[in-house]
Design a binder for this molecule. Structure first.
Ligand code: SF4
Ligand code: SF4
Length: 328
């Protein structure tokens, strides 16, 4: 299968001709609303299409696989297309393309367009550094459901220290402005770390000044995907975190909500029932935090993996009532 795409208006016309037929929204959403917790239907996929990245963020959980050997093992364009087509046939609704840095794949344009062509509500998690006018034009023609960009600091010094990449702050803030100017749906997100804890309030204030932007913050660090716990050295101390929460009601509330969710354990883990994760090598798993069991989509078939294998996958974090004790 060729990955070369036609350009300009002929590309648009081809994509529109081959896109899945439009359906009435309300009956479809009624169907979704009628699904019970125990019903099994693949609605939402988070797909880590690569672990390669041009940044080296100190708390990154995928950078351990950003090596030439591991990159060589990643899914090919054709394999991604085949799995995506199986997902379309199975009725997947939402697809998040993440990484690593998904836009660092040379075939990302083809992958993104295939996702849109398949009718998925497609969100891109990106560090923003590859976004330029050409990408803005493509996203204007074929809009994403969402774009999420990480903001690691309010100043160049802090931002570049977190990403370990000189000039990253300037590139990313330029990208944010391009996305906002184009009216594309943007969420910016910040992980509070010991390196940027003194700037989280300023980041929030800076983001407030940009009309049309949505911002979210979290203070949760996770181990690397290979189990190495090195990122925890950047966790903010409980004492400092308390001070941050005291100084801002919204941070405090977000933290209280998270505590309540974890304590209350009222929400069922939908991973494996409605949501699933695929890694860069085609392994389907319950979620990105739980890679204990995997189903190999390279060899198998999507429906078999989703309906026969995910239901018996184990999660060490799942509580007896079915809820998750991991922060989101
Ligand atoms: S931009 Fe994302 S994928 Fe890249 S190093 Fe940073 S956290 Fe990791
Ligand atoms: S219980 Fe939590 S960690 Fe386990 S699969 Fe569900 S969401 Fe993932």
């Amino acid at each position: 299968m060729s990955t070369t795409l036609p350009s300009g208006s002929s590309m648009k016309n081809n994509l529109r001709k081959t896109s899945i037929p439009a359906i009435e929204g309300e009956p479809f959403f009624q169907h979704l609303r009628s699904l019970k917790d125990e019903d099994r239907h693949p609605l939402n996929c988070q797909w880590e299409i690569t672990c390669r990245c041009n940044f080296k963020c100190v708390m990154c959980y995928t950078d351990c696989f950003n090596t030439p050997g591991d990159i060589a093992r990643e899914l090919s364009t054709e394999e991604i297309f085949r799995i995506m087509d199986d997902m379309k046939e199975a009725g997947v609704l939402e697809l998040t393309l993440t990484g690593g840095e998904p836009m660092s794949r040379p075939d990302f344009k083809a992958i993104y367009l295939r996702a849109v062509q398949n009718g998925f509500l497609t969100t891109v998690f990106t560090n923003g550094s590859y976004i330029n006018e050409a990408w803005i034009q493509l996203w204007t023609d074929f809009p994403p459901h969402g774009i999420e960009i990480s903001i690691h600091g309010a100043t160049r010094e802090t931002f570049d220290q977190v990403t370990a990449m000189s000039g990253s702050h300037e590139r990313v803030m330029k990208a944010v402005q391009l996305v906002i100017n184009a009216g594309l749906p943007l969420m910016v997100k910040t992980t509070g770390l010991s390196l940027n804890e003194h700037e989280v309030l300023t980041i929030k204030e800076q983001m407030k000044k940009i009309p049309g932007i949505h911002a979210k913050f979290n203070f949760n660090i996770r181990p690397q995907a290979d189990g190495n716990e090195h990122p925890y050295q950047y966790q903010i101390s409980d004492q400092r975190l308390e001070k941050i929460f005291e100084s801002d009601e919204a941070f405090k509330k977000a933290d209280q909500d998270l505590e309540a969710a974890l304590e209350g354990c009222s929400s069922t883990c939908h991973e494996g029932k409605k949501q699933f994760h695929i890694d860069a090598y085609g392994q389907m798993q319950l979620c990105s935090r739980n890679r204990v069991n995997s189903y190999d989509l390279r060899r198998g078939n999507f429906r078999e993996g989703f309906y026969k294998n995910l239901p018996v996958f184990f999660c060490p974090r799942k509580k007896p009532d079915g809820s998750c004790c991991s922060p989101a």
